[in-house]
Design a protein around this ligand. Structure first.
Ligand code: FES
Length: 223
């Protein structure tokens, strides 16, 4: 995982959880979450999983890439005590979210899990109290982020989750047990083509919601 900083020529300020479409010329256009933001640049966290992310990771300073956005519905940021749960590259939008929440005065606890300590690229940029799990045990608790969740969820007024779907389903079940689905927000992933609600390639059944438009952030009670 590494952070690529891109000159920001988009208008306005993104909500945490919104995404941009990044066009690597001659390769492809892919959706990317925003992990860092200031008025002059956007940081996107890249996990090399395909041709386009590989090409993006190899972009050199001064080279051009295309940027469209900001798209989708972001996380709500009105929380006084927030729990952020991230797995793998799912920590990217939560990094930006943790910065916004702390700046607005919220108390923030962040639980995140990765395969090995080498993937903890963002740890310094995450704000709040951090709890870490690594599958190889090289840092923090040995296991997945689920092993960190022996917490009283009722102490939090907002829970945010982003990561692999299997992991989010585990979190969903826990939140369900606490009867807190309406206080929990999940970031869903689907194949995005247009990113702006036109092509229908990201619809989820049975609602037909477009993840790029009605999401990617959904409350637990909507799912
Ligand atoms: S990606 Fe085209 S409608 Fe969502």
């Amino acid at each position: 995982m590494s952070v690529v900083f891109v000159e920001n020529n988009l208008e306005g300020k993104p909500q945490p959880g919104q995404f941009v479409m990044v066009w690597v010329y001659g390769v492809d256009e892919i959706p990317m979450a925003i992990s860092h933001f200031d008025t002059t640049r956007i940081g996107i966290t890249v996990n090399e999983v395909g041709e386009c992310t590989k090409a993006l990771r190899n972009v050199r300073e001064g080279e051009s890439i295309g940027l469209r956005g900001y798209f989708g519905k972001g996380f709500t940021t009105s929380a006084s005590k927030a729990l952020l749960i991230g797995g793998g590259v799912g920590i990217a939008p939560l990094t930006y979210l943790s910065n916004v929440l702390v700046r607005e005065g919220a108390e923030v606890v962040v639980c995140f899990g990765v395969k090995s300590g080498d993937e903890l690229t963002l740890v310094e940029d995450v704000k709040g109290r951090k709890m870490i799990a690594t599958e190889d045990g090289s840092q923090g608790v040995k296991g997945t982020v689920i092993h960190l969740l022996d917490l009283d969820f009722e102490k939090f007024d907002r829970i945010y989750c982003c990561g692999p779907e299997k992991m989010m389903f585990e979190v969903f079940k826990r939140v369900c047990e606490y009867g807190m689905l309406e206080k929990c927000e999940f970031s869903l992933h689907r194949y995005f083509k247009c990113g702006m609600g036109v092509c229908g390639s990201c619809c989820i059944d049975p609602h037909g919601w477009r993840v790029c438009k009605e999401g990617p952030i959904f409350r637990g009670d909507e799912l």
